[in-house]
Design a protein around this ligand. Structure first.
Ligand code: HEM
Length: 415
């Protein structure tokens, strides 16, 4: 067998922090190989990139997820005991519960909530001097998330809950204060949501049967036992937090509209499905998830390289979505490309790849696309606004990234 292109040196954790989204793409380029071995957090790590890599990464016979997320990520972003770290039958059973929340009926309810919350927000913005879209979008998403999931949210708590859900997302890829902020946010949020689960189980809140609150509170494991309260809270937060995360894509979407004014009207009128293509291009082009991790189950050989048991393997999300082999002019924002996209589950992976039920692909991808679609309808034509001079640049070294100014809008008005 060949040996993997191997980066010399003791440990490249620091480079990971310094190179951000380009950590794997830089190495793929430097070694001219889609399989590169390095060391991260003291452990041998194999980075893989591209469509074939995604296909092998989502082969559950070869990889597992249990024990992959480092403690610091569990304490902030993910929580402990959630679906992300399950394998095999246990994963399939838990994932089926998540996917049952994504029925067309549930999505319809979600769309009605989304429309309503945008209208409420816009009425508020009209009387504001300046609107910071990122902050507002996260707040709108928090209202949508709680309303859809059936979680009671008092107006006075909206700011705190939004900030906490946001801080957990922001902690990913952070060291220092941003990481600690994320941990505190998780502790507070788990306390809040555990209380809600308890209220449902003791009959103090009457939750609708088709809400995430109800389904998660009463979910039984394969042996027929309810989840322990903390795990149930972690899973309900796995619905709330990522809906708030859509606020980032919405902000990037606003940047894309601003920088491509000639596309704005086509997005609004949705000519020939253009809005959907625009949404997909936002998810491809802008940086969000950098890579995913999994552990080798049993030793195997792939493309002549040996993957030893228990080795950590990272799949390059950002680089795959920007691979010149898969995307023409990958660094140009060009929604039209999606009219010819082949729909492969492995070449366009902003929210993971493969299958939803068997694999770990994002349970909320359909939701994300739907909420972005409605949100961009509002931003492209239901309202008009001025975009004052500001720094819209975003750093590819900061994970997760966000435009520096958070997208400031002035003089928001109904069209
Ligand atoms: C998993 C990204 C929105 C729920 C994932 C994964 C990624 C991702 C990269 C991991 C895939 C893997 O491990 O193979 C995103 C992004 C989002 C988003 C960028 C939008 C900003 C959502 C939404 C929900 C959601 C709206 C639910 C309401 C989940 C769940 C998992 C997951 C439950 C775990 C799936 C599993 O382990 O089987 N997401 N997601 N996500 N996402 Fe999302």
């Amino acid at each position: 067998t060949n040996t993997v292109s191997k980066e010399e040196g003791l440990d490249h954790t620091l480079s990971l922090l310094k190179e951000g989204y380009d950590f794997i793409p830089n190495r793929v380029r430097k070694f001219d190989s889609k399989i590169v071995e390095t060391r991260i957090l003291g452990k041998k790590t194999i980075c893989i990139s591209g469509k074939d890599a995604a296909e092998i990464f989502y082969d559950t016979n070869r990889f597992k997820r249990k024990g992959v997320a480092p403690g610091r990520i569990q304490k902030s972003l993910f929580g402990e005991g959630g679906v992300q770290g399950l394998d095999g039958e246990e994963h399939r059973h838990r994932k089926a519960m998540f996917m049952s929340l994504m029925s067309s009926e549930c999505l319809k309810v979600l769309d009605e909530i989304t429309e309503k919350q945008w209208q409420i927000a816009i009425d508020k913005w009209k009387s504001m001097d300046a609107v910071v879209l990122f902050e507002e979008a996260e707040e709108i998403m928090c209202r949508i998330a709680c309303s859809w999931a059936g979680v009671p949210l008092w107006a006075k708590d909206l700011e705190l809950r939004t900030m906490d859900l946001s801080a957990m997302i922001d902690a990913f890829g952070a060291v220092g204060p941003r990481h600690w902020e994320g941990r505190r946010a998780r502790t507070r949020t788990e306390r809040w949501i555990s209380y809600m689960i308890r209220q449902v189980r003791t009959g103090k809140i009457a939750a609708d049967e088709d809400t995430a609150l109800y389904q998660i509170a009463w979910h039984e494991d394969p042996k027929g036992n309810l989840l322990d309260i903390k795990t149930a809270a972690v899973e309900l937060i796995n619905i709330l937090r990522p809906i708030v995360a859509i606020g980032r894509f919405i902000t990037f979407g606003a940047v894309a509209l601003h920088e491509n004014p000639e596309k704005r009207n086509k997005v609004f009128t949705d000519e020939a499905g253009y809005r959907q293509m625009f949404v997909q291009e936002v998810r491809r082009y802008y940086p969000f998830g950098p890579f995913l991790g999994a552990l080798v189950r049993e030793k195997f050989t792939w493309k002549g390289y040996e993957f030893k048991k228990r080795t950590l393997v990272l799949l390059d999300i950002y680089g795959t979505n920007h691979s010149p082999e898969l995307w023409e002019y990958p660094d140009i924002f060009w929604p039209e490309r999606f009219s010819e996209w082949d729909g492969s589950p492995f070449n366009f992976i902003p929210q993971g790849g493969g299958e939803y039920d068997i694999g770990h692909r994002c349970a909320g991808e359909g939701i994300t696309v739907q909420i972005m679609n409605t949100s961009l309808k509002y931003l492209s034509g239901k309202i008009d606004y001025d975009v004052p001079l500001q720094d819209l640049n975003y750093s590819k070294l900061r994970i997760p990234s966000i435009p520096k100014s958070r997208f400031i809008m002035k003089n928001v008005r109904h069209v």
